[in-house]
Design a protein around this ligand. Structure first.
Ligand code: SF4
Length: 477
């Protein structure tokens, strides 16, 4: 999962790209980068948080009315500066690019780019593949007078070649900015507009929260398989280039996106409240009766408060999150992971002691965090702890850019719910039912593959094995 932003504006966009990346920081903390265009590309990127990569001295150097930004969460590829985005090429035209997602035919594409286009992919980051694939298509056109139709033809050819999930924003030097998604629109991308004194400005981003901060009005989501091209005069051209059955990642609503963002016209907070209703019904069927409902901060707030409302049990804030505790970059052992949880979260003993607690989290992946939380709550005096997951059990790897793709690490893929409760030391474990989640999205075609095993793109068992192997290798680098 990554965060991307692109602005085709009227004046220097670097300060806005920087502010936008800060608003998207929750989508990736491993690396950050910005590229702007003003006759040439100017780029700055590095490992770490947005606040550590950029300094005031970069403002004049990165001046330009058009630019892209990226925050990276390493999934495919290693976490090295070489893999940080944006990436750019200067032949046949200057093209710079950012992307969010995961290419599932990486090896095959890398070989064909080398054999057919003599382009050597140097990183393990899949944006390089998409960049070279687009550059190779552009090379087939008369670049001195490339038309809008030809740009869309190039995007369509890339969409046919590149398998997987991707939202991409590219700048083509002296031509314009083009944003496109894979034919199923698995990863999010929204588009906004603002009228400055000098004329219109356009923005593309992973989430709409960025628009609010920067004063852009949300226009719409970029549709599955669509390309939106903004030319140098800020004229907008759109086309559905390659379309398959849409499959938007439902986990965006559960975990990735911030509560104030609007994706496909739905506020993330509102979706979490909607999901809390069937979750509460499932919980009620178990016959359990909590004294209070608490959340694991901060993504589970709307699940917990909504569930408490349905159950007519009080919602309380039982865990405090240390806002200054950053993400631990290297957590090689279970002990280290548990230590990180302990440093991040602290129970409020007066709220917890003597109570039967339903503690709600967005999901359970390995179960190590949940186990530590249960122990923490029991140490704080909880009489009973019921662990509630707003997601159905994760039983299949995500191959579309989410860092949970090793099946042997998924507790629900290997143990029953009773065994999981025993492992955690919880008095009960309750999961959202997959059928309930699917029923909630009967009007928005979504991907549920990590819960159902039904992948929206073509994937052979061999592809799945290779992707899992790549993920294991990346983690061990
Ligand atoms: S497999 Fe799961 S996390 Fe991955 S895109 Fe589909 S719903 Fe999202």
């Amino acid at each position: 999962m990554c965060g991307i932003i692109g602005i085709a504006g009227q004046h220097d966009v670097f300060p806005e790209l920087h502010a936008g990346l800060l608003a998207l920081q929750h989508r990736g903390q491993d690396a950050a980068g910005i590229v702007t265009f003003n006759n040439t590309f100017k780029m700055k990127k590095g490992l770490g948080l947005v606040s550590t990569v950029f300094a005031e001295r970069h403002v004049p150097r990165l001046a330009g009315p058009m630019g892209l930004g990226h925050v990276r969460y390493a999934t495919q590829g290693s976490n090295e500066e070489l893999d940080a985005q944006p990436m750019a090429v200067n032949y046949p035209l200057g093209v710079a690019m950012v992307h969010n997602g995961n290419v599932t035919n990486f090896g095959q594409l890398r070989r064909s780019l080398y054999q057919e286009n003599h382009r050597l992919v140097q990183t393990t980051c899949d944006v390089e593949l998409i960049l070279y694939a687009l550059a190779a298509e552009l090379e087939t056109k008369n670049l001195s007078r490339i038309s809008v139709d030809e740009i869309f033809e190039c995007v369509a050819a890339v969409q046919r070649k590149v398998q997987g999930a991707y939202s991409v924003i590219a700048m083509i030097a002296n031509v314009g900015m083009v944003a496109f998604t894979d034919p199923r629109g698995i990863r999010p991308m929204v588009m906004g507009q603002r009228f400055d004194d000098e004329g219109p400005a356009y923005i593309f981003a992973s989430e709409t929260n960025v628009f609010d901060y920067l004063g852009f009005e949300r226009l719409r989501d970029v549709q599955a398989g669509e390309a939106v091209f903004v030319d140098m005069e800020r004229q907008v051209h759109t086309r559905i280039c390659e379309r398959a059955k849409p499959a938007f990642c439902v986990f965006e609503y559960i975990y990735f996106a911030l509560e104030d963002s609007v994706l496909h016209g739905r506020t993330v907070a509102g979706e979490r409240v909607r999901m809390s209703r069937p979750l509460a019904a499932t919980f009620a069927k178990s016959g359990l009766a909590p004294d209070i409902v608490i959340d694991v901060p901060s993504s589970a707030y709307f699940f917990a408060s909504g569930m408490a409302e349905s159950l007519e049990a009080p919602y309380r804030r039982g865990l405090v999150k240390n806002p200054h505790m950053g993400r631990s970059f290297i957590n090689p052992t279970q002990e280290a992971r548990e230590r990180t949880v302990r440093q991040k979260l602290n129970p409020i003993k007066d709220v917890i002691a003597g109570k039967k607690i339903a503690v709600v989290d967005d999901s359970i992946v390995r179960g190590t965090t949940a186990r530590h939380l249960v122990r923490m709550l029991k140490d704080a005096g909880a009489a009973e702890v019921y662990f509630v997951s707003a997601s159905p059990p994760f039983v299949h790897p995500c191959v579309y850019g989410i860092d949970m793709s090793i099946k042997r690490e998924m507790i629900a893929a290997n143990y029953s719910v009773k065994q999981i409760a025993r492992y955690m030391g919880a008095d009960a474990v309750v999961y959202q039912q997959l059928e309930d989640l699917q029923a909630l999205y009967s009007d928005l075609p979504c991907c549920f593959a990590c819960f159902s095993g039904v992948y929206p793109t073509e994937l052979s068992d061999r592809d799945l094995e290779e992707l899992e192997q790549e993920r294991v290798c990346s983690k061990n680098k």
